[in-house]
Ligand binder design. Sequence first.
Ligand code: ZN
Length: 326
Amino acid sequence: MEVFNHRGICLKEGKRAIYLDPANSRPDGAVTHAHSDHLRPNTHMTNPTADVMKVRTGAKKATTHNYHERFKINDFELEFVSAGHVVGSAMIECNGLLYTGDYNPYGTVTSGRAEPQECDTLIVESTYGKPNQTLPDRNQVLEDLQAWISTTSSNDGGIIGAYSLGKAQEVIATANLAGTTPTVSNEVGAVSDIYKKYGVPLEYIRYEDLDEKEKPGLLVTSTSATNGKKPNAAVQNMRKQGAKVARVSGWCAFAKWALRGVDAGFPISDHADFSDTMKFVEECNPKQVYTVHGSTKELAKQIEKKLRINARPLPKYGEVAIESFN
Ligand SMILES: [Zn+2]
């Protein structure tokens, strides 16, 4: 089987090919999860991914599968395995190859965790592929976030900006642990309803459902609503009353831009950090690793140096000798 980058991650055997996280919608493609850089309609996906696609984009066309259900595309046998990234997120197994998509082996409160799988070939994401990109202890950061939520919601209010799919639900779960029922934007509410459908217990109330005189203690909304690009009425009203603003993103640990315009930042990620990645690769025990998405060169170098496993960024079609291809 040949593997290379061509309109997505292409797996090819003779004249047959399939596409993982393809660049375009196509029935011979399979997608790992519902973040917009991976999601394409009219492909194979998990049931929750299809549900999120429907509420966020309106697209309905998909061939859906459960985790661990074996299915075929062009005679390639595939299986979705939990990736621990967001609801419905999957790693893809196919003939001794494992593609992680975006994954989290540490695990999230709301989406489980990615378990290493023995494989011959591993295609691994490299979002935090540099050796200094190791996140602080997650439980400690979650404790700090809980304390921030308790304090701000009992004072002038708190606003948290987070990705509407994945991070926002981690924040809601953390607020619930702190004894707070957060108010959410419609966008966050629509995705959170799908988490509830798949058995994740989350308590929240939509901003538009509040009585006029009710003041939200904590508002969970999209990042763009808090960073000044698209402030919504809820954010503006709460800001006027002195609410504090926080961002929840792994980048708060590594990048100054992530802390711009906010009062606090909490480095919680739904991606594997550098040390999780190295451990995951070692436990999958592959013969060959290909790196994709992010710091691909740095990660490949570290895997070769520290784990002594062949590794390189996934080649593009044309960079390596591959049997003719259309
Ligand atoms: Zn993602």
